[in-house]
Design a protein around this ligand. Structure first.
Ligand SMILES: Cc1cc2nc3c(=O)[nH]c(=O)nc-3n(C[C@H](O)[C@H](O)[C@H](O)COP(=O)(O)O)c2cc1C
Length: 209
């Protein structure tokens, strides 16, 4: 039985937050630049359903440009201990020149692997490499790019189909295809602050392992 408060009094405050980033995993999307080099785009507006991973990308990012042209990427998932490497990427863009509304806070960086201290690993199904330090890596191809009804919103909803999954043995239950949720500690982005996950609270009736 779920313990709920006995009172029905509405104590909620009506607020007007500047962002609605209520808490989603950080994803590092590797894409191929026009010159064949690799860009890394940190993001958190990502979710999965079946073999589909949907990514919300601002149209002024280099990642969006690359996804539209190359139609493929790797969705690299960093664990919580990589938060400083992720933050080292935060003020960077692979777009040159830097878009006008980003110049105050962002600078152009062509080598984001060096900026974050990451190492690249070749992929199997896509041309763009994976990030070795990420324990979970999803090679994916772009299946659709949805432009919101209001194009002034400045972002695209990019639908990708996952073609191959790579997982570090440390987070896989030995001899199975299951990620061990007790050992996989995704980095979460919560109202622009970084968190890991806490202790397990329970399991879904559909958990298979
Ligand atoms: C933790 C984190 C989460 C972010 N989430 C998103 C996101 O979901 N969508 C997005 O368009 N930008 C997001 N950003 C901002 C982009 O990373 C930023 O615009 C960056 O310059 C993109 O790099 P690029 O231009 O090389 O693609 C996020 C940044 C950080 C650090």
């Amino acid at each position: 039985m779920v313990a709920l408060s006995a009172t029905c009094a509405d104590v909620h405050l009506r607020i007007d937050p500047s962002i609605l980033y209520f808490g989603t995993p950080v994803v590092l999307v590797t894409t191929r630049n026009r010159d064949g080099s690799t860009n890394i785009g940190p993001m958190s507006s990502a979710w999965a359903l079946g073999d589909t991973v949907v990514l919300g990308w601002s149209t002024d990012s280099q990642t969006a440009v690359n996804l539209e042209r190359e139609r493929e990427c790797v969705v690299n998932l960093p664990s919580a201990d990589l938060h400083q490497a992720v933050e080292a990427l935060a003020p960077l863009t692979g777009r040159d020149p830097v878009p006008a509304d980003k110049t105050a806070k962002f600078r152009y960086e062509p080598d984001k692997f060096a900026a974050a201290g990451f190492t690249s690993q070749p992929s199997d199904r896509v041309a763009v490499p994976r990030i070795a330090q990420c324990q979970l890596q999803l090679e994916a191809k772009v299946s659709a790019i949805h432009v919101p009804v209001d194009p002034e919103g400045g972002f695209w909803i990019v639908e990708t189909h996952v073609e191959r999954v790579h997982a570090h043995p440390d987070i896989v239950k030995a001899g199975t295809d299951h990620i061990d949720p007790a050992r996989w500690n995704p980095l979460l982005y919560v109202f622009r602050h970084y968190f890991g996950t806490g202790d397990e609270l329970g399991r879904s009736f559909r958990a298979e392992d």
